[in-house]
Design a protein around this ligand. Structure first.
Ligand SMILES: Nc1ncnc2c1ncn2[C@@H]1O[C@H](COP(=O)(O)OP(=O)(O)OP(=O)(O)O)[C@@H](O)[C@H]1O
Length: 241
């Protein structure tokens, strides 16, 4: 199968600092690809460039062969890219269900259809029994699942996940890994994830792209990447995994 997402020569500078420098990689249709690297490597900036938070200084992003570079976030969402944020920010004063309905309304103008879509997603993520709770009262693992639910409710073909496993206990990590694997295998959802939890990266990813100081320093299967001396020196050597 072809590539769903293609990133070519992406560059972004912040006041002279090259946060992302000529980064290129592809996410094949139906694959799970991980973006890893030390703090400040440019991972979230790369997500922001893909999701249209700001345009790149140079480079191109294509979704299913169509250029989407520099489009606004709502257009990128409509094109089929859903994302979560590193800092989980649900509308705390709204219920879990209302939060997910808002996600669904990004792609669906009828409220009843958005509500049905929200229910399906909550069911899928095991959050249906929490639908009436205030989002602000959820535990961290449930807030993380709500964040995934909000992104999924936009009916993406490509899901961008920014550290959805951070702060979870090992059993909670395993549960989320199962949810993501199921979304990928059963629904054919293509996933690009930023993750520091290497156990999950190894378990989930078909391919891994490694960034350091804004540059792509390695790419390969999980086994290839963890054996790469450059990756060990810049990142894995300092990670407990
Ligand atoms: N909006 C911004 N304005 C100025 N500098 C920024 C901005 N966003 C990111 N940076 C800088 O760009 C570099 C890359 O940051 P980025 O957040 O993309 O890294 P990261 O790999 O996601 O790191 P982490 O694992 O800590 O989330 C850092 O030096 C950061 O300080």
């Amino acid at each position: 199968m072809g590539d769903l997402l293609e990133v070519h020569g992406l560059t972004k500078r912040f006041r002279g600092l090259k946060a992302v420098s000529e980064v290129g990689f592809a996410v094949p249709q139906g694959a799970i690809v991980a973006l890893i690297g030390p703090n400040g490597a440019g991972k979230t900036t790369t997500f922001n460039l893909i999701a249209g938070v700001f345009p790149p200084d140079e480079g191109e992003v294509r979704l299913a062969g169509r250029p989407i570079t520099g489009l606004r976030p709502n257009r990128i969402c409509a094109a089929g890219i859903g994302r979560t944020f590193q800092i989980v920010r649900p509308f705390a004063g709204l219920t879990v269900e209302q939060n997910v309905v808002i996600g669904a309304l990004a792609r669906e103008s009828r409220v009843d259809a958005a509500r049905a879509q929200a229910h399906a997603v909550l069911e899928r993520l095991g959050l249906a029994d929490q639908a009436g709770r205030m989002a602000g009262s959820l535990t961290l693992p449930d807030r993380k699942r709500l964040e995934v639910a909000r992104a999924l409710a936009t009916r993406p073909t490509l899901l961008l996940l920014d550290e959805v496993l951070a702060g979870l206990r090992p059993t909670e990590v395993d549960r989320m890994v199962e949810v993501l694997r199921d979304l990928n295998r059963r629904d054919g959802l293509t996933i690009l994830l930023i993750e520091h939890v290497m156990r999950a990266v190894m378990a989930l990813s078909d391919r891994v792209v490694v960034l350091d100081h804004g540059e792509r320093i390695a790419e390969g299967t999980p086994a290839e990447v963890v054996a790469d001396p450059r990756v060990i020196a810049s990142y894995l050597g300092s990670e407990a995994f």
